[in-house]
Design a protein around this ligand. Structure first.
Ligand SMILES: Nc1ncnc2c1ncn2[C@@H]1O[C@H](COP(=O)(O)OP(=O)(O)O)[C@@H](O)[C@H]1O
Ligand SMILES: [Mg+2]
Length: 255
């Protein structure tokens, strides 16, 4: 079966230091896959190679079997790769709903700038309906008219996920969505991601330092350590692997 998203033999060096050494990962349609590893393991570097933010020195990235190595970020996005930004990037003076509408317009190529929303043409009814649906799905419909500046970090993360969903992805890639969130907020995020994934069925690649979200949410996981893959398989097996535990220096417990 052709993988939805596949990276094979990806290597990246920064100033002669290997950040990724011949790394291969793949995600099938509808699958929930985790990518974990200690800080500096190369997770974000791989994430950036998948999305086209960074070109690997060697290796291949394919989407539905098509080599996307030469494609820029926006082309990969239009082809079905949604992602959340690690840093929350919200424009001040806009509401949650407007944020989602901006994403929709960027995807459709009907206006790349948020000013288009304020000035030229009002959002069409179907655009508004799409944003309402996403907010419902995320359980934050009541935030639609709130200014984004007034949101908590946990709520902002959900809006970021919402923004990615507006592009109708086949796969959603998340880089450390739990960073800065407390335990309750992380659990709420996991529950929301699960509910959304159940209803939409798209694949998810969850990149995390924190293993609890990966343990809760994913069915399969890869482990990076110092730029090399040291494990891959069913999430429960991977987290029980002594080599993985050593890489984390016993810094987490799996119940
Ligand atoms: N733009 C860059 N320039 C130089 N070194 C980098 C750059 N980005 C990442 N690195 C280095 O590559 C390694 C992997 O980093 P990263 O992919 O951010 O790890 P992770 O996301 O797993 O914490 C680290 O040693 C980091 O310092
Ligand atoms: Mg990172």
């Amino acid at each position: 079966m052709t993988a939805l998203l596949d990276a094979s033999g990806v290597s990246v060096a920064f100033s002669g230091i290997l950040a990724l050494d011949d790394v291969s990962v793949s995600v099938q349609a509808g699958e929930r896959v985790g990518l974990i590893g200690p800080n500096g393991a190369g997770k974000t570097t791989l994430f950036n190679c998948l999305l086209g933010i960074l070109r690997p020195d060697s290796g291949r990235v394919t989407l539905n079997g098509v080599d996307v190595g030469g494609w820029p970020v926006h082309r990969r996005a239009r082809a079905g790769m949604g992602r959340t930004f690690q840093r929350v990037e919200l424009f001040s003076d806009t509401t949650v709903r407007e944020h989602l509408l901006i994403a929709e317009r960027v995807r459709n190529g009907t206006g790349a700038f948020w000013k288009d929303l304020v000035g030229l043409g009002r959002p069409r009814p179907e655009e508004v309906a799409a944003s309402e649906e996403v907010l419902e799905l995320l359980g934050i419909a009541e935030l639609a008219a709130k200014p984004v500046e007034s949101l908590s970090l946990g709520q902002s993360r959900l809006v970021e996920v919402g923004r990615a969903l507006m592009t109708g992805p086949q796969i959603l890639l998340l880089d450390e969505p739990s960073s800065g969130l407390d335990r309750d907020e992380t659990q709420a995020l996991a529950a929301t991601l699960r509910a959304v994934q159940d209803s939409k069925g798209y694949a998810v690649l969850l990149v995390e330092h924190d293993v609890s979200l990966v343990a809760d949410f994913t069915e399969r996981a890869y482990v990076l350590d110092s730029g090399a893959l040291i494990a891959g398989g069913a999430t429960g097996d991977v987290l029980a692997d002594p080599a993985v535990r050593r890489a984390y220096l016993g810094s987490f417990e799996v119940s």
